[in-house]
Design a protein around this ligand. Sequence first.
Ligand SMILES: [Zn+2]
Length: 267
Amino acid sequence: MNLTALPAFSDNYIWMLDDGHAACVVDPGESAPVERALDARGLTLSAILVTHHHADHTGGVDALRPRLRGPVWGPARERIPAPFTPLAEGDRVEALGLALRVIDIPGHTAGHIAFFADAVPAGAAGSPGGAVEAPLLFCGDTLFSAGCGRLFEGTPAQMHASLAKLAALPGDTRVCCGHEYTLANLAFARAVEPGNPALAGYLAWCEAERAASRPTLPSRIARERAVNPFLRCGEPAVVHSARERGATGSDPVAVLAALRSWKNEFR
Ligand SMILES: [Zn+2]
């Protein structure tokens, strides 16, 4: 199974999974990058996965329908281009023979879902799409590498609970986020936690990737636990910085709320 990040707009990624014959795509905010990739590789389009309603994640859905040979999946009770199949926590769907589990992760928007797939060993029975080397997570605009999405419709408590669910996934899970925000997020992470030894090495690697016009993504859950301040709201150094920025207490939701407000104005 091949995983590709198709750049869209200025900093979006449309994630594409393909088995050499068919593909599914996640959050096609525009159709042209998807159509070019399908044509270049001779792939059919078998499913569209949508994490949340924002136009930069859904704008290409209708233009792709004429060549779509399968469902559009999206979060229940949200303004996803109709028709689509609504999904919520615990639902399971199958794309390219791969089982995907739905996780509700509200906060960035009221309804926001992630899709998670376990690793599939080479030669496993019932995996027509082939091996999947490590688990996959498509998490839209909730978890970014070294950061998290803005709280447009949800609360800090919702975002904290959503991020905690994602942080509990296996450490080798590949984190496929909706935007290339990693370098800006790392600048903020260093302001929050200047003594975190994991940040410098990761920053150097990300700078080299971006200098070579390569994505910094997918990340891994284990790495995010080490570098992402929004997953580290219980760490004493993170609590200390958040309290200096107005956190009303040291509980993780208050810490996350203060970090998110600080990040909104961080330059
Ligand atoms: Zn969004």
